[in-house]
Design a protein around this ligand. Structure first.
Ligand code: 9MR
Length: 379
């Protein structure tokens, strides 16, 4: 009964908010300063935040901007000085993923030097705001420091370097990390191990199991994940992950979860088979998660998405959330940044953008309301 009442309220709210949400686009283009956008932002602050709309067993997260190649010139580290950004971050989410601050390049810039400050700040902020943290990432082919990528190491040295890194970084945040993306993007689209990954290339794929074992010893409570993009539809890449997960579990390696990043483009259709993909890993007894969702679109001339594009985007966001909600142990749902102000998308995909759920001034897009109302209805 109580559930029915809640759902009823959510439905009423949906239609009212969708009407408001579309308004700034039609009335004032991007409307970063328009009156309607202001009104919408204020409405947004008064409505139930995403984290409170969500079912209790599902964490709602975002990437915390900072350190990215797309940010370093203009915005050295928005998390530290953009107060409206911090307010929304604290209000809306109960999980935080450092977008770059825990990657090797940032946290381990020299062989014998770690830089924990930016990651520490996020972990502290998260604690103060009742948020968990997703650690990202330990074994990846990208954003590694030159000393590592270009160094001349024996196999033994390289293995020792990885082990030391994992024990140091995971150990520092022991007990404070909900989930670690231990292995990130380790397969190519054809399901073969990615040879660009220095550890896999030099040490062989068995290093993946070692990374999980070391991470588990360093923080026995953290849930340890495989994480990748391009796994939203069934295919050889998903098959490769399923085979690996089965093997790791058979070998009693501490693997706890499989995650789809879900970087989506409206060019390719909404991932309507994602629930089935996640279910395959749930069936193995693993947690599943959505870790980096964003939905980019081709921007029309002038750069302002149409109302129709925004509705389509909202439907994509909802499709991904629905998939997670449909799978029993999908326990974490993270969007890769919540505002276009700091999104990585336009830098990496120059003709696309508007990929997040809020405009640059934090006013809310239809995608935000689609998430909020879908969460409320599932609660
Ligand atoms: O959002 C991140 C951006 O700031 C970095 O410049 C970029 C460098 O590769 O990485 C972005 O985050 C990636 C994430 O760590 C792993 N999955 C893909 C994400 C988007 O590229």
């Amino acid at each position: 009964m109580i559930k029915a009442i809640r759902v009823g309220v959510a439905v009423l709210a949906t239609s009212a908010f969708l009407a408001v949400a579309v308004q700034p686009v039609q009335a004032a283009g991007r409307a970063t300063t328009g009156a309607s956008a202001d009104r919408e932002s204020r409405l947004g602050t008064r409505t139930q935040p995403l984290r409170w709309a969500a079912p209790h067993d599902l964490r709602i997260g975002t990437a915390v901007a900072g350190g990215g190649h797309h940010l370093e010139q203009e915005y050295p580290d928005p998390f530290t000085y953009d107060r409206p950004y911090r307010r929304v971050l604290g209000r809306e989410f109960n999980s935080a993923s450092p977008e770059n601050q825990m990657k090797w390049e940032f946290i381990h810039p020299e062989r014998n030097k770690y830089n924990f400050k930016p990651a520490d700040a996020i972990v502290r902020f998260a604690r103060q705001h009742g948020q968990v943290v997703r650690g990202h990432t330990l074994l990846w082919h990208s954003q590694n420091p030159a000393w590592l990528q270009e160094g001349e190491f024996t196999k033994g040295e390289l293995r020792a370097i990885l082990k030391e890194h994992i024990f140091t970084v995971v150990g520092r945040y022991r007990g404070q990390i909900h989930q670690w993306d231990v292995a990130n993007e380790i397969f190519n689209e054809n399901g073969e191990y990615r040879q660009e990954n220095i550890f896999i290339r030099e040490l062989g794929p068995g290093i993946v199991a070692d990374a999980f074992r070391w991470a588990h010893r360093a923080d026995p409570k953290a849930q340890l994940f495989l994480n990748d993009y391009g796994v939203d539809w069934p295919g050889v890449k998903v098959d490769a992950y399923e085979a690996l997960a089965k093997q790791l579990l058979a070998d009693r390696v501490p693997l706890h979860g499989f995650a789809s990043q879900a970087h989506l483009s409206m060019r390719y259709g909404a991932p309507d088979q994602l629930a089935g993909v996640l279910q395959r890993f749930d069936d193995l007894g693993l947690y599943t998660a959505i870790t980096e969702l964003d939905v980019r679109m081709d921007l029309p001339e002038g750069g302002v998405p149409t109302a129709e594009q925004l509705q389509t985007q909202a439907a994509y966001y909802k499709t991904v959330l629905d998939a997670c909600l449909a799978v029993e142990d999908c326990n974490s749902f993270t969007i890769w940044g919540f505002t276009d102000k700091y999104s990585w998308v336009p830098v990496f995909f120059p003709s696309e953008g508007a990929a997040t759920v809020m405009w640059e001034d934090f006013s809310l897009k239809p995608a935000y309301f689609a998430l909020r109302d879908t969460l409320a209805a599932a609660r």
